[in-house]
Design a binder for this molecule. Structure first.
Ligand SMILES: Cc1cc2nc3c(=O)[nH]c(=O)nc-3n(C[C@H](O)[C@H](O)[C@H](O)COP(=O)(O)OP(=O)(O)OC[C@H]3O[C@@H](n4cnc5c(N)ncnc54)[C@H](O)[C@@H]3O)c2cc1C
Length: 413
């Protein structure tokens, strides 16, 4: 039978991530780390277990917009893939938003939450998008909303009960542009029932959300961002019908295709002002700060998963008679066995040395130098080398060196 490559297999993403573990050891007191480690370990396991399996099973599934029912009623129902519902349940159960608000570990609660997010993110098809906005909404309301509104909504956004938990959207971008939101055209008008919004929101992700924070200009308000007010919208009324919202279409996107992102028309959407009737852009800033932090953490998670996959692949891929993971890398090529988002011969190496190493590189002499070393011996070697490096750092030696075992033959010292 012809050759078929065995696929890479990822292990527990917490246990295998030495960089994450050492980061947490440095920044979290030992007793706190001992208390949060089981939840990280469980998430590390789920990231390569049921969550990854759900994502793979539904990897080409996409949300669908059903605008009309069989009888001609406008319904604008969004059907999401089964995997999306699995991720939603897991996120609530594991407290991906709740952890930050329960504050069980004081100032380390945010760090605990983001470590969970980092482990969850790459297996769940960007379900972190609605979670980031839910977190951002909870924080904004916590900071500036009247107590009654805050208590009613934040408890839902931070719930660990899938039957009670809500998610939030963030509806800012209009056709006038996403950066210069002061140009927003949506207006808010007083009605006997309260404030109603009229306008178009051009980019609204995770549109199955229960609530959304949005901007609109109360009629007669000043121009620019100051004249906008921040409103909370509950997307459905008590009968489960959309609250004066028409879903015009789902975006046809290049990526994040499992995330339902829509264009909306607001046609008299009932909305509650969160903090007065002006300064909407300033008032929504906490939400942006939180969602940006999620973006940064998820970017790091993407890099880390890339390294993890490269390592797992290199362990199984055989070339020149031994696994790639057992061979010294050519100069300038990334090595995956350094763990975490690092590795590579060149990082930290002066340019002149890289150039010299390249010049002396001799593919003929590239042998499976470490092939004879059993993986378990090599892991012991790597651990010992890590220990020696830490000792050196403790003595204040900060220079980054290539480990002797990784230097290809012929490389100038
Ligand atoms: C997948 C996806 C999901 C999204 N989901 C949401 C959502 O849920 N809610 C929401 O409100 N929006 C959402 N957006 C919209 C997104 O936030 C906007 O695209 C973004 O704010 C940029 O706005 P714009 O596309 O109109 O670009 P523009 O505002 O036209 O900007 C174009 C480019 O110019 C740059 N630029 C603008 N001003 C300056 C300046 N002063 N100096 C230097 N450079 C500048 C920008 O950085 C950008 O690169 C989503 C977008 C995408 C792609």
């Amino acid at each position: 039978m012809s050759f078929v490559q065995t696929p890479p297999v990822l292990g527990n993403q917490y246990r295998e991530d030495r960089v994450l573990q050492s980061f947490l050891r440095r920044h979290v007191p030992a007793d706190t780390l001992a208390a949060i480690a089981p939840s990280l370990d469980r998430m590390g396991e789920r990231a390569v277990g049921d969550l990854a399996a759900a994502g793979m099973a539904g990897r080409s599934d996409e949300p669908e917009l059903i605008q009309w029912d069989a009888w001609g009623n406008r319904v604008d129902e969004i059907r999401v893939p089964e995997a999306w519902r699995t991720f939603a349940r897991a996120a609530v159960e594991e407290g991906l938003v709740a952890t930050a608000y329960e504050r069980a570990h004081g100032e380390y609660s945010r760090l605990h939450q983001f470590a969970l997010v980092y482990l969850f993110d790459r297996s769940t098809k960007v379900y972190t998008c609605p979670l980031a906005m839910t977190d951002g909404c909870a924080r904004t309301l916590e900071l500036i909303a009247p107590a009654a509104l805050r208590d009613r909504v934040v408890t839902r956004l931070t719930s660990r009960d899938p039957a009670r938990a809500w998610t939030s959207g963030q509806w800012m971008t209009e056709r006038t542009g996403g950066s210069d939101v002061g140009l927003s055209e949506t207006v808010a008008r007083q009605s006997p029932e309260g404030w109603r919004l009229y306008g178009t929101k051009w980019f609204t992700s995770a549109i199955t959300a229960d609530v959304a924070l949005t901007l609109a200009r109360p009629e007669g308000g000043a121009a620019g961002g100051r004249g906008l007010a921040l409103f909370l919208v509950e997307t459905r009324n008590h009968e489960g019908r959309l609250n004066g919202i028409r879903v015009d279409r789902l975006k046809e996107k290049l990526g994040t295709r499992m995330v339902p992102t829509a264009e909306l028309t607001l046609e008299g959407t009932l909305a509650t002002p969160v903090a007065g009737l002006s300064d909407g852009v300033r008032n929504i800033a906490p939400m942006l700060n939180i969602t940006r932090t999620w973006n940064a953490v998820c970017s790091a998670a993407s890099l880390r998963r890339g390294v993890a996959l490269a390592r797992a692949y290199a362990a199984r891929r055989v070339a020149f008679g031994c696994s790639l993971g057992g061979q010294a890398a050519p100069p300038g090529h990334a090595r995956g066995d350094a763990g975490g988002v690092r590795g590579g011969v060149s990082p930290g190496l002066p340019r002149s040395r890289v150039a010299r190493a390249r010049g002396s590189w001799d593919a003929e002499r590239w042998r499976c130098r470490r092939a004879a070393t059993a993986p378990t011996d090599r892991q012991a070697h790597d651990r010992a080398a890590g220990g020696r490096r830490r000792e050196r750092n403790a003595r204040g030696v900060r220079r980054c060196r290539i480990r002797r075992g990784h230097r290809p033959s012929g490389t100038a010292a």
